[in-house]
Design a protein. Structure first.
Length: 477
């Protein structure tokens, strides 16, 4: 029997306290896949109570015991990779090659990385006569998004388990079925009852109840900056720790000594990946003002090679965006770009030719964009690129930093040292040099309104630990 209308609380699949259901829509067909139950305050209270009760024992487990649990999760996870990929594709629109090669494996990768870190992580050290101990932060509340769903779940749950925390997860109600499978994986792997709990629901109800709950010690949220502000506001009254990975408007500086053809073509495809629905997408491409038309021609040609289509069809590069709401937002911003005077090189409003059903967006390139335009400042979350001209390196740095966001930056140059020098001046949590891919061992997170805290790797484990000083521990008898 399906667990899609149930919640996972205290090691059991339980009936929700409400009768409210929500249809989950396949964005490629605009038709309902199935429904999920929407929880309420009582469901959150039950899940938090289970996590609180489990904390005393789980927080005292040994490194070896947690290693064994992570090893079992990894083995079970491997057996359900295909199902996870297909589920993610159907509920959020990722093409099957992307779902198989990146979406589902990203979740497994975080568990494998965390396991390797846990084996040798130093939880204790001596400083003079004091003994410093890193202890689990407590009961954690997680709110995760729909765009890289299992990736964002795993990069929170894996280090939290490794740290000795217990937790309650509210995944996105837009793409929730992969989280149901994830809970089944943890259950089969023998994660003790109450350590991991899952309650589905919307942000204003379940999300707010989690963030404001007095027995939640830490909130970890990934999503929009607007929603992140709400989480922080709801958490403030209980002074709990809040880690946020929020929006982005990442600058991609193409320096004058870069290989324009290779760099621009590569980064147009990179920007379009996942239909542009990545918070760290390089959506502002900064090019020398004198070479704007040359760069625009390369970007146009690359975007026109991106094939939009059914996620299950052979040869599809990008599928639909996730929802009608997202589609309408992107269309409005494309119209805004035209209205404000940016030059439309390719793409534009409406669906691609031949795609009359589904939330498909044309890969769109604007050139001659100025950084004060709406499309240069607002996160579009679609396959829309803005080419912005700069005069020199100083101007490029100024434009790159002229945003409320600070998640990622990208630099292409034929001179590695020049690229490194500029990277140090970009106010972002990540900078990719010459097409360097993400690294799950490196910290991921942002400056400014892109959030606070860091996920992934050893820094991700640090987020779930409190630091205690035991003074006089090493004093002479």
């Amino acid at each position: 029997m399906s667990n899609r209308q149930k919640f996972y609380i205290d090691g059991e699949w339980v009936e929700p306290s409400t009768g409210d259901l929500l249809e989950v829509i396949n964005p490629a067909t605009e038709e309902a896949i199935d429904t999920i139950a929407l929880g309420g305050q009582a469901d959150v209270d039950a899940a938090v109570a289970a996590a609180t009760a489990a904390f005393d024992s789980w927080s005292q487990t040994t490194r070896e015991e947690r290693v064994a649990v992570l090893e079992r999760i990894i083995e079970v996870f491997k057996g359900r990779m295909g199902e996870l990929a297909a589920t993610i594709s159907s509920e959020m629109g990722a093409p099957m090659p992307l779902a198989n090669a990146a979406q589902a494996p990203a979740g497994l990768g975080h568990f494998m990385t965390t396991l390797n870190i846990l084996r040798t992580y130093e939880f204790e050290e001596d400083i003079g006569t004091s003994h410093i101990v890193k202890e689990p932060a407590g009961v954690c509340g997680f709110i995760t998004p729909w765009n890289w769903p299992i990736n964002q779940i795993a990069c929170k749950v894996a280090p939290a388990l490794a740290a000795g925390c217990t937790m309650v997860l509210k995944p996105s109600e837009v793409a929730p079925f992969n989280a149901i499978i994830f809970a089944e994986i943890l259950d089969e792997a023998g994660v003790p009852a109450g350590v991991f709990n899952l309650v589905n629901g919307d942000g204003p109800t379940v999300g707010a109840a989690l963030a404001s709950h007095p027995d939640i010690d830490m909130m970890s949220f990934t999503g929009s900056t607007r929603a992140g502000i709400d989480v922080a506001r709801n958490a403030a009254a209980t002074v709990k720790r809040v880690a946020q990975e929020l929006g982005g408007k990442s600058a991609n500086i193409i320096l004058d000594d870069a290989d324009f053809g290779a760099s621009i073509s590569r980064d147009v495809f990179g920007m379009c990946t996942n239909s542009g629905q990545s918070c760290n997408a390089p959506t502002r491409m900064l090019v020398p003002q004198a070479r704007m038309d040359e760069a625009a021609a390369i970007a146009k040609a690359a975007a026109e090679q991106v094939k939009v289509g059914d996620p299950g069809a052979e040869g599809t590069t990008i599928g639909p965006v996730v929802s009608e709401r997202q589609f309408d937002k992107i269309q409005g911003l494309i119209e805004k770009g035209i209205e404000e005077g940016a030059k439309l090189e390719t793409g534009g409003p409406g669906r691609p030719d031949g795609l009359n059903q589904g939330y498909y967006v044309r890969p769109t390139v604007f050139s001659h964009v100025t950084n004060d335009m709406t499309i240069a400042q607002e996160e579009i979350f679609g396959p829309v690129l803005s080419l912005i001209g700069y005069e020199d390196d100083e101007d490029a740095v100024r434009i790159a930093n002229d945003t409320v966001y600070g998640l990622s930056g990208y630099i292409s140059s034929g001179d590695p040292e020049r690229a490194r020098t500029i990277a140090r001046r970009i106010r972002t949590g990540n900078v990719h040099l010459n097409g360097a891919p993400p690294d799950q061992q490196a910290p991921f997170g942002g400056y400014k309104q892109s959030g606070n805290g860091r996920e992934w790797g050893e820094h991700g484990l640090d987020e779930f630990l409190e630091v205690k000083a035991i003074l006089g521990y090493n004093a002479a008898g």
